[in-house]
Design a protein. Structure first.
Length: 416
């Protein structure tokens, strides 16, 4: 009799363990963010290729959240861990929770923050239309230092080691000490600088509205070479496999030898180009004011495909999961098949999108002229989602456990 009671207790305990474990730990699994999933600066990396190995939503996209600022959002989002950093025309740099969109802190500059910030270690670096470059504590939003230029700072900072490279509307390219904000050197162009710097080894590549793409020595700021296009250049260069790719307002996409500045090819679109190129898998992806997104062969410049939107395209494409993510003035965020340019999905917001998307951990983030910051996800992401609501799962487990327990009791009584 004693033995039967012990067996019955053991059987009942085993039967209800699934219920207990699900009650203590919900039957969902999540993957923590890692550095591979981060999008820490404009175009994601130091060479500004716009590509990531992190996954993005491919089909059946849904909006997870949107956060409303008090101004147009020209800035592009930065994703590091569970935080989003993005500027607004309302003069603030915002830090948001990447999962909920909840505001963690904001830093006010008093003027438009159109620049895309960069996050390195514990610090956020950004520019503002108040003419300053800022270093902000990422955790708290407190200012560490600022450096004053003589013009708007629309260029997005690029940080390599202890050096920060950035352009200004005063026509200068600056190299600052990233720890202190002290100026190391400056290089003078003949017009304002909106482009951001790409850095490869000891070379810095950056464009100016004087129509030139410049290659500078990273340590001294000495000009190595320059190439003069036919118009203003606001695009940011992408550097891949010894080649530099960039767009110009002369309607052309260019490819140069990164060491010599020799033009290898150029492709002419039907209107001006403000978009910065993304380069991945031997292809170049870029938008144009002719309302199209283009895919070109990286070696030859021969067009592979083009996709027509209903608005101008100054947003710079992001590449992930075999997809091209890009915004348009037609109020849509598009996801295109990188192979053939076919549309996989689009999501319509309330105003145009010139912000460049950031892709991280199964989600895509972007800003809009409607003052919003948006987060989108696919139906299937890195998080395993139950096919039924959680309460139904718990109920099902409880029913199964109860049935098992009843059967166990009946068997025990029969043994008596």
């Amino acid at each position: 009799m004693k033995k039967s009671k012990t067996n019955l207790f053991t059987i009942l305990l085993l039967a209800i363990m699934p219920l207990l474990s699900c009650a203590a730990y919900p039957c969902l699994s999540t993957n923590a963010s890692s550095s591979a999933n981060d999008w820490p600066m404009f175009r994601n990396n130091l060479t500004h290729t716009g590509e990531t190995t992190s996954k993005g939503p491919v089909a059946e996209v849904v909006k997870i959240w949107n956060f409303t600022t008090w101004g147009v959002v020209w800035s592009s989002p930065i994703v590091v861990g569970d935080r989003i950093y993005i500027g607004s025309d309302d003069g603030n740099l915002f830090c948001l929770n990447s999962e909920t969109g909840e505001r963690i802190w904001n830093y006010p500059t008093g003027q438009t923050v159109g620049t895309t910030p960069a996050v390195v270690g514990s610090y956020v670096y950004m520019g503002s239309y108040d003419n300053n470059v800022y270093c902000i504590e990422a955790a708290t939003g407190y200012k560490v230092w600022n450096y004053s230029t003589n013009g708007y700072v629309q260029s997005s900072p690029t940080i390599v080691g202890d050096k920060l490279y950035v352009g200004s509307y005063d026509g200068q390219v600056y190299c600052l000490n990233a720890q202190t904000g002290d100026k190391i050197w400056n290089f003078t162009t003949q017009s304002l600088v909106e482009s951001s710097a790409s850095v490869v080894g000891e070379l810095v590549y950056i464009a100016s509205c004087d129509g030139n793409l410049y290659c500078l020595d990273a340590q001294t700021g000495t000009k190595v070479w320059n190439y003069t296009t036919g118009n203003v250049v606001e695009s940011t260069p992408a550097v891949v496999n010894g080649r530099v790719y960039i767009g110009s307002e002369d309607r052309k996409v260019y490819c140069f030898n990164a060491l010599t500045g020799e033009r290898i090819w150029n492709y002419t679109t039907r209107n001006r180009i403000y978009s910065s190129p993304a380069v991945a898998n031997g292809r170049v992806f870029i938008g144009s004011y002719d309302r199209d997104v283009y895919c070109l062969d990286a070696d030859s410049g021969i067009p592979v495909w083009n996709f027509s939107t209903r608005g101008l395209v100054s947003s710079s494409p992001a590449i992930a999961s075999g997809c091209v993510y890009v915004g348009s003035y037609d109020r849509n965020l598009y996801c295109l098949n990188a192979s053939d340019g076919s549309k996989l999905w689009n999501y319509t917001v309330r105003a145009g999108i010139s912000s460049s998307p950031a892709v991280s951990n199964g989600k895509v983030y972007v800003g809009s002229w409607d003052h919003g910051v948006y987060a989108f996800s696919g139906i299937t992401t890195s998080t395993t989602v139950n096919a039924f609501p959680t309460e139904y799962v718990y109920t099902s487990v409880a029913i199964v456990s109860l049935v098992v327990a009843v059967i166990a009791v009946m068997l025990a009584r029969r043994k008596k």
